[in-house]
Design a protein around this ligand. Structure first.
Ligand SMILES: Cc1cc2nc3c(=O)[nH]c(=O)nc-3n(C[C@H](O)[C@H](O)[C@H](O)COP(=O)(O)O)c2cc1C
Length: 354
């Protein structure tokens, strides 16, 4: 039986219109990525993880992560940290910024984060983890959600002990990426564990890890009972994967569509980050968009080596002239960006995520 992914579900009173969530990814989940994800059918999008210490110190760059666009809702902003009071204050800032949910990161395996006691390490300190969630839930009226890994060590089942406790502490939903922190991104996500977690809690569970196709999404939803699937790497430079997962239309994008989406993404990102930061940030996206056998390999290399973004856009149009019309159409459909703030200083995260 096919599961209908175009079906609403709720995290408390937040309605999420499809059962597909776009993953938070450090160094990827900028506003342009999230808005594109929404256009292609993600029911919920999430910021990359934001440092609560950065928010506490009103670091200008960190504050840039709290920017929410009108067409992103519903949107979660994810924060990380190890101190309950600081996390509660950060949650208040997230709420004031207009996010629909505040998500907490108990999954990041990267040493730079775990050595501060944050991210996945908190799975080994459930009292502290629950204290953080309780303090956040007390501080805000929007729902607090949690994203976690299975545990620290390979084969760990820690998430099954900690998950229900986090719900008791006030978590309104749980996302599980069932790999250990040690695994980073190797091996496979073990969604048998997701099914076990679903059976233990009475809040929605989101299944994250290795969902890259319609068939996989269907299997994960059907075998776990999860409320939604989350897609991360599969959507990098590939919003069409979201539509395919949702609607079962195996429509490979044309050259013009790829170029048009990439140009729009470039323009949006330049507006968001400023040209200087955007030019470094965007390089990995060239490979993601133009790879997958879509364009000859040297083309990507050529773009990466061009000195300015204008040259990149000119070269892209030369490769697919009919993209002009598509870009115009896409831009006309976007909300007016006139009143958005420019943030030249917005950071490109060096963290590896969750
Ligand atoms: C580059 C990258 C950055 C990530 N950053 C975050 C993050 O900031 N917060 C988080 O909770 N997870 C982060 N993750 C984990 C993803 O959200 C997701 O759980 C994981 O990639 C598994 O899903 P996938 O197989 O669909 O990619 C990151 C993953 C990647 C690849």
């Amino acid at each position: 039986m096919q599961v209908n992914l175009r079906e609403s579900w709720w995290i408390r009173d937040v309605e999420i219109p499809t059962r597909l969530v776009l993953a938070p990814m450090a160094g990827v989940s900028v506003q342009a990525f999230r808005r594109q994800g929404r256009r292609y059918g993600a029911g919920l999008v999430c910021s990359e993880m934001v440092s609560c210490a950065g928010l506490e110190h009103r670091n200008e760059r960190t504050l840039g992560y709290l920017r929410v666009a009108a067409d992103e809702h519903p949107l979660a902003i994810q924060i990380f940290g190890a101190d309950a009071a600081v996390m509660a204050d950060a949650a208040k800032m997230v709420e004031a910024a207009g996010a629909d949910l505040v998500d907490v990161n108990f999954g990041c395996p990267v040493r730079k984060v775990t050595k501060t006691g944050a991210g996945a390490t908190l799975l080994d300190d459930p009292d502290r983890a629950c204290g953080i969630v309780a303090a956040m839930a007390d501080a805000v009226s929007i729902p607090v959600s949690v994203k976690m890994r299975r545990g620290l060590e390979n084969g760990s089942r820690t998430c099954l002990e900690v998950g229900p406790r986090l719900v008791d502490a006030g978590a309104a939903s749980l996302t599980l990426h069932p790999r250990s922190a040690k695994q980073m991104y190797t091996g496979e996500a073990d969604h048998a564990l997701t099914a076990e977690l679903v059976a233990l809690v009475d809040v929605p569970v989101v299944a994250s890890g290795d969902v890259t196709s319609r068939a996989r999404a269907q299997t994960v939803l059907a075998t776990t009972g999860a409320a939604a699937v989350m897609v991360g790497r599969g959507a990098q430079g590939n919003p069409w994967a979201l539509r395919e997962i949702l609607d079962d239309v195996a429509a490979a994008p044309s050259r013009e569509e790829i170029v048009a989406e990439l140009i729009l993404f470039i323009r949006e990102t330049v507006r968001e980050l400023g040209e200087q930061r955007a030019s470094g940030f965007l390089k990995k996206f060239y490979g993601w968009y133009l790879g997958r056998g879509r364009f000859p390999r040297p083309f990507k290399q050529e773009l990466v080596e061009l000195a300015t973004i204008d040259e990149v856009v000119t070269r892209l149009y030369a490769a697919a002239p009919a993209a002009h019309e598509l870009v115009e159409r896409l831009e006309a459909e976007l909300p007016d960006p006139a009143d958005e703030i420019l943030l030249d200083q917005m950071p490109i995260s060096i963290y590896g995520g969750g």
